[in-house]
Design a protein around this ligand. Structure first.
Ligand SMILES: [Zn+2]
Length: 212
């Protein structure tokens, strides 16, 4: 596939509305035993001293699934609204938080991060919520959306207001963590990608690499 075609298809990679529940729910079939690659990934989470619980594999009749998924419970920084994530997304997200977000906050904003606000992980829907589009990586629990960062000093930095806001240090912080996402995830999308991402950063481990 030519680059232009790849780029065009990735530009519409889906994100999810705020109202959607983050957790896997509904009727599902599946086994309780993750496959080998998921087990290896979970061993990495333990080695990196990340708190998590493994979730049973679930496959839904409409094509959505959560296979080899975990729920992160302790990664050093509290994160709200985190539901099921495939282990590779969870691992990269925890690394991004520890290795990139906290240092960037210290560097650009002069305060550690107290809390990261997620806008969700698993949700069964097509890309950008548009009927007929292909299944979003969120429908495979393979993505996470981040909307805001709350600092220890009390400030709350949102992607929506900060990305093109007046405070240059906030803009630099957000671009730094966006770029850090590009180095760790298959696909990273932010407000420059399209209107669907004006208020959050989207990270997934689907196709890629793609960074915008
Ligand atoms: Zn998303």
């Amino acid at each position: 596939m030519r680059w232009g075609v790849v780029a065009a298809s990735l530009l519409v990679a889906a994100c999810i509305p705020k109202s959607e529940p983050p957790a896997v729910r509904g009727d599902a079939r599946g086994s309780a035993t993750p496959d080998k690659s998921a087990l290896l990934c979970m061993a990495e989470l333990r080695r990196e001293e990340l708190g998590f619980r493994a979730l049973p594999d679930r496959s839904f009749a409409n094509g959505c699934s959560a296979l080899g998924a975990v729920q992160l419970t302790e990664i050093g920084t509290p994160v709200t609204n985190l539901g099921a994530m495939t282990c590779p997304v969870a691992r990269q997200f925890a690394r991004w938080t520890r290795e990139a977000v906290q240092p960037a906050a210290e560097q650009w904003l002069g305060s550690p991060i107290k809390r990261i606000e997620s806008m969700g992980t698993y949700v069964c829907r097509p890309v950008n919520g548009q009927a007929g589009a292909k299944l979003s990586e969120h429908g495979r629990a393979n993505a996470v959306d981040i909307g805001a960062f709350v600092l220890e000093d009390g400030r709350r930095i949102t992607v929506e207001e900060g990305w093109t806001g007046e405070d240059e240090r906030v803009r630099r912080f957000l671009r730094t963590v966006h770029q850090a996402g590009c180095r760790r995830f298959g696909v990273t999308l932010g407000p420059d990608a399209n209107v669907h991402h004006r208020d959050h950063l989207h990270f997934d481990m689907g196709r890629g690499p793609y960074c915008r």
